[in-house]
Write a protein that binds this ligand. Structure first.
Ligand SMILES: Cc1cc2nc3c(=O)[nH]c(=O)nc-3n(C[C@H](O)[C@H](O)[C@H](O)COP(=O)(O)O)c2cc1C
Length: 185
């Protein structure tokens, strides 16, 4: 599973929320790679670009992944440029056998200082995921960082958010993955 998102700001709440979800999927037996903040500080994507090494590692990790978690801060009401740019790099997967996010469960997390931006950002992440042929988990997380705080250990004492993270982790690991399907006799 690959985690994508967060911001470069110290103590980024979208980064910590992403790590909290990944901790729960690791507890359910998943292997995880994380691309967050500085890892995603990539030049603006354009088709035909020679990919910098960090972008190449990131695209290769998503290519291998059976599920993805995407966490974006709400910037001016929607997905941050850094996260959207990272998702644009997935254009590199367009000619794959499993193009883009095809066949992959996608957990979506949006964190903003108000409900309007967090809910709006979550809806946009769903639209982008559908465009990339991914399968958003039934539960997405809209988190209001003026009410819910993740500490340095990526822990929040908000019971509703903790419960949501747990449900999302279950849905991510339970998603029927064609790669894992039994081969017919
Ligand atoms: C450039 C910028 C734009 C932002 N726009 C909004 C916004 O429109 N609505 C909102 O509720 N919060 C907004 N925020 C606050 C972030 O959503 C908030 O800090 C949240 O915790 C996620 O960012 P973080 O991962 O860096 O903590 C903005 C922050 C920045 C830096």
């Amino acid at each position: 599973m690959v985690g994508i998102g967060g911001s470069v700001d110290p103590g980024s709440q979208s980064d910590r929320a992403l790590r909290a979800v990944l901790t729960e999927v690791i507890a359910r037996g998943a292997q995880v790679e994380l691309f967050s903040g500085q890892d995603l500080d990539l030049p603006p994507y354009h088709s035909g670009a020679v990919l910098p090494d960090p972008a190449r590692s990131y695209v290769e990790a998503v290519r291998r992944a059976s599920a993805v978690v995407i966490s974006s801060p709400g910037y001016h009401g929607t997905v941050s440029g850094l996260v959207k740019n990272a998702l644009d790099y997935l254009e590199e997967l367009r000619t794959d056998r499993r193009p883009y996010l095809d066949g992959r469960a996608v957990g979506l997390v949006a964190v903003a200082r108000g409900w309007q931006a967090s809910v709006g950002t979550l809806a946009t992440l769903r639209q982008v995921t559908h465009a990339l042929r991914g399968w958003p988990t039934p539960l997405g997380l809209a988190i209001n960082s003026s009410m819910t705080k993740f500490d340095d250990d990526n822990y929040t004492d908000d019971p509703g958010v903790r419960a949501g993270i747990s449900v999302m982790a279950d849905q991510l690991v339970q998603f029927p993955n064609p790669q894992n399907a039994a081969v017919p006799p």
